[in-house]
Design a protein around this ligand. Structure first.
Ligand SMILES: *Cc1c(COP(=O)(O)O)cnc(C)c1O
Length: 320
């Protein structure tokens, strides 16, 4: 598979028109005063399914030819990609199998089933979810859609940055939450075409700095599952396609601490009345902590998701 380009982002935008929410872009005088920047927050926590993942999932399923759609799709993930796949598949009338760990939170299993997804459990300590996903796809003739390393997934994720730049104009900096790199790679495609002077940064948790190391070493670095509150960024490595795009054009990758994520989440709750999940606060935390210098600049900040169990959310905001 060759990496997607901006024309793929435009094709994705056409497929998502009237289906995905055009999420709001919010500003905050307090955030601007704290950073000395002009910050534009793109609120994908308010996207359908509560995260930008809906964009890539829907685009990837909608791009399949009719015959392959009928045979269904398979996803392996316990997080936002799984829910987005189940949701998007149900809207398109496509059967979806979601491979989830047997100890996945009951709320996530229920949400996936609620969207009509068929849940297949596996033991996360003894079984390989990718192998299970591939086996199911082979048995049923269905299509495996991975969470980030896929042309149409990357192109779909790029539509968020495309909308942001279309709405606010040229940016100096664009900050993106980084796990496997789908959102950041898609953002690079949008920015290089629409705002060529814009520096696109990926932001990952301190405990899982494989993206930063990969760019520094010029190869895809693999790590153990990182211990971080940012469960959507507990990826162990970038993808082939996402790495190729980031290497070519991203300004770089920076890291932030879990404490900085919680403090950004608290800022969003108190000042902007936004519920943001820990992973969704990565990009903002880079602006607030100065991990990426932003003073005097026009800065896009992707808030990537808002799916957090309320009890956990309350406990996090209280404890720090
Ligand atoms: C998946 C996810 C990410 C990371 O996205 P990648 O495309 O894997 O880099 C960031 N934030 C949220 C909320 C997510 O669900």
């Amino acid at each position: 598979m060759s990496p997607p380009d901006f024309s793929d982002v435009l094709a994705a935008a056409a497929r998502l028109e009237g289906v995905a929410h055009r999420t709001p872009v919010l500003t905050s005088r307090t955030a601007d005063a704290l950073t000395g920047a002009r910050l534009y927050f793109k609120c994908e926590n308010l996207q359908r399914g509560g995260a930008f993942k809906f964009r890539g999932a829907y685009n990837a399923i909608a791009a399949l030819p009719e015959a392959r759609r009928r045979a269904g799709v398979v996803a392996f993930s316990s997080g936002n990609h799984a829910q987005a796949m189940a949701y998007a598949a149900s809207l398109l009338g496509v059967p979806a199998v979601i491979v989830m760990p047997s100890d996945a939170p009951a709320s996530k299993v229920a949400a996936t089933k609620g969207y009509g997804g068929e849940v297949v459990h596996y033991d996360r300590y003894t079984e390989d979810r990718e192998a299970i996903g591939r086996r199911i796809a082979a048995e049923r003739g269905s299509t495996l859609i991975p969470p980030y390393d896929h042309r149409d997934v990357i192109a779909g994720q790029g539509t968020a940055a495309r909308e942001l730049i279309e709405e606010v104009g040229e940016l100096d900096v664009l900050l993106s939450c980084l796990g496997g790199g789908g959102l950041t790679a898609g953002s690079v495609l949008a920015a290089e075409a629409m705002a060529p002077r814009c520096a696109v940064w990926g932001v990952e948790p301190e405990a899982g700095d494989d993206g930063r190391r990969s760019l520094a070493e010029g190869r895809i670095v693999h790590i153990e599952v990182p211990r971080t509150l940012a469960d959507g960024a507990q990826t162990q490595h970038l993808g082939e396609l996402t790495f190729a795009i980031l290497k070519r054009r991203a300004a770089g990758v920076v890291v932030v601490s879990d404490a900085a994520l919680v403090s950004a989440m608290r800022f969003f709750a108190e000042r902007m009345k936004l519920v943001v999940e820990p992973t969704g606060a990565l990009a903002a935390a880079a602006a607030f902590t100065g991990a990426v210098p932003v003073a005097g600049l026009r800065v896009g900040v992707l808030i990537s998701g808002g799916n957090v169990d309320l009890a956990r959310y309350a406990a996090l905001l209280q404890a720090h």
